[in-house]
Design a protein around this ligand. Structure first.
Ligand code: NAD
Length: 258
């Protein structure tokens, strides 16, 4: 009874930014649970590789190149997906950037805007467009990837633009959850701490002192792996989380406990 609820056979699951890192792991987790996975990413080569990897595992996967900051493209690709595969039942808003270690006083307009465009605006474009398909069928689950940075200010690197964008994602999650709860669509978020992906290479690989601070500030004394986020995203996407909406689930090795 319980394990069955973790299956999502035949559901159409869209993951944004699924070409690498956390998104690629989420695609794999949802595929293993039976979903028809729709890999989307800005970079065509990453889409191709991610789809090929999933297919090599015997999973059902299709790829679409999509820049989620372009709301017109989101609408167009969403319509194509619905026509080909049926209405989307699961959406993981994962695409995001963190061009960190820039002081607030040195942050340019373009730098600020880029983070808001991808990390916040695009999450709303995707929720709005794919959410309509879910509302039309009266069921769906959205998982937004937030961050501990939506709760705390990171140390030692300054990144006010990123922190503000992720705090907004958390509140957008709660707002949409409340608005759509009675119409069958659940909206939750996962808030990771540092995870080993290309995004964190600036600390893990290029700045040993920064990396040491990240580990010191984490009760578990280590960074996380993409699979450790994907398994929680998987859970939130399934009927096992049927009474969860508006939650922002920390997956942080205890980071926010200190
Ligand atoms: P990553 O840089 O490894 O991968 C991000 C993917 O998103 C890339 O494949 C990239 O091509 C794609 N992308 C970027 N801009 C896009 C756009 N406009 N449209 C479509 N795709 C786009 O990053 P990651 O570490 O896997 O992070 C994924 C998400 O998790 C992000 O939202 C990030 O903020 C969040 N997060 C990451 C960490 C971490 O430590 N890695 C911690 C907390 C939250």
């Amino acid at each position: 009874m319980y394990l069955e609820k973790l299956r999502i056979d035949g559901r159409v699951a869209v993951v944004t930014g699924a070409g690498q890192g956390i998104g690629a792991a989420c695609a794999r987790a949802l595929g293993e649970a039976g979903a028809i996975v729709i890999v989307t990413d800005l970079m065509p080569d990453r889409v191709e590789k991610s789809v090929a990897d999933l297919k090599a595992q015997g999973l059902l996967a299709h790829g679409y190149v999509l820049d989620v900051t372009k709301s017109g493209d989101v609408d167009r690709v969403a319509a194509e997906i619905e026509k080909k595969h049926g209405p989307v039942g699961i959406l993981v808003n994962n695409a995001g950037i963190a061009r960190s270690n820039v002081k607030a006083e040195d942050t340019s307009d373009d730098h600020w805007r880029a983070h808001m465009d991808i990390n916040l605006d695009a999450v709303f474009w995707c929720c709005r467009t794919f959410g309509k398909q879910m509302l039309a069928t009266g069921k769906g689950a959205i998982v937004n990837i937030g961050s501990i940075s939506g709760f705390i200010s990171n140390k030692p690197q300054p990144q006010a633009f990123y922190n503000a964008s992720k705090a907004a994602v958390h509140h957008l999650t709660k707002s949409l959850a409340a608005e759509w709860a009675m119409r069958g669509v659940r909206v939750n978020a996962v808030a990771p701490s540092y995870i080993e992906t290309p995004l964190t290479a600036f600390g893990m690989r290029e700045n040993p002192e920064m990396y040491a601070v990240w580990r010191e500030m984490t009760p578990m004394g280590r960074v996380g792996q993409p699979e450790e986020i994907a398994s929680v995203v998987h859970f939130l996407s399934t009927d096992a989380a049927s009474f969860m909406t508006g939650s922002v689930v920390l997956v942080d090795g205890g980071y926010c406990s200190w």
